[in-house]
Design a binder for this molecule. Sequence first.
Ligand code: ATP
Ligand code: MG
Length: 314
Amino acid sequence: METILSIENLSVEYTVGKKIISAVRNVSLTLNKGDSLSIVGESGCGKSTLGLSMLNLLPKEARITGGKIIFHNQDILRFDKKEMQKIRGGKIGIVFQDPLSSLNPVIKILQQIRETLKIHRRDYSEEKIGKLLEAVQLNDTKRIKNSYPHQLSGGMRQRIMIAIAIASDPEILIADEPTTSLDVTIQKEILELIKKLIRELNLTVIFITHNFGIVSDLCNKIAVMYAGEIVEGGGISEILKNPRHPYTKALLSAIPKKDNLVKFNTIPGSVSDLASLPSGCKFNPRCPRKIAKCVQEDPQLECKENRFLRCFNP
Ligand code: ATP
Ligand code: MG
C-alpha cells in the first residue's frame, strides 16, 4: 500500500497573551492511497488545528513546535510559500464548515472557480466550469455561475466549495465538518455527494467531525482525538465493534439510537483547558475507569495489531 501522507509527532501551540494553548501534541498518522480517515472528538480537541497544519494554513498565533508532515516523501513544513501554494488547493483540497466565510462575497461564482483553475494551471473554460458544477450535482449552472455567494443556499454554497476543492484534481481532500452548518436533509445530500466523489475521483480523504454517527459508512479508518492527542485509532469496523478507550466508548454511547431519539447520554464534564492540562492521562478527570496510575503517569499511544490505544486501564 502506498503511503501518501504521514504526520510524525506533530505538536502545535497557540499563544494568547501569556497563555500557551497546547492544541495538538505528538500526533502521528499515516494515510495510504485510497484511505478515508475520520478524525473524531469533541469541540476544542484540536481537530481543525491538525487539519490546518497539513496545509500550512494556521493563523499567526499558532506555532508548530515539533514534528513533520511528509507528503510524497517531502516534509511540507519546510516548504516555502510558493511550493506550499502548489500543494494547497492543488494536490490537497480542503472544504471547511462554513462555506460563506470561505467564499468571496463580492465575486461571482464563475470567477471564483476560474481563479482556482488558473492558479493551478488547469483548463478554465466555461465548459470545464460547467462540468465541475455538474460533478457536484448543481443544475441550472448558468444561473449559478452568475450568482454571488449570498444568492445561493447553504447547501449550494457547500457544493461550490467542494467543486473548488476538486477543481485541481487533488489527491487528498480534507473536509473539516463540511455539513455542520447545514440542516439535516441537506447534510445527508452533501455526505452522499462526498461519498460519490471519493469513489469516482479515487480521493484519499481526511474527514473531520465531532459526530461519530456519520463516519461509519464514509471512512475506513478512524483517529479519536481528546485534548490535543490521539487516544485511539485503527480500522473503523474494529473500533466501532470493540472500542477500548473510555473516551471512545463515551462518544459512542452519546450517539442517539434510532429507536430512542429522546434519551441519549452525554459525557460528563468538559474538555480540559488546553492551557492548563491535568497531570497524567488528559482524560482522567472525566474517566469512569481512572486508577491511581492515570493521575501520576502519561499513557503513551501503543500499537497492537494495527490498533492504537493510549490508556492504562481500558
Ligand atoms: P471544533 O469541533 O469546535 O471545531 P476543534 O477540535 O476543531 O474544535 P480547534 O479549533 O483545533 O478544535 O481548537 C483547539 C484548541 O485551540 C481550542 O482550545 C481552541 O480554543 C484553541 N484555538 C484554536 N484556534 C485558535 C486561535 N486562533 N487562537 C487561540 N487559540 C485557538
Ligand atoms: Mg474545528
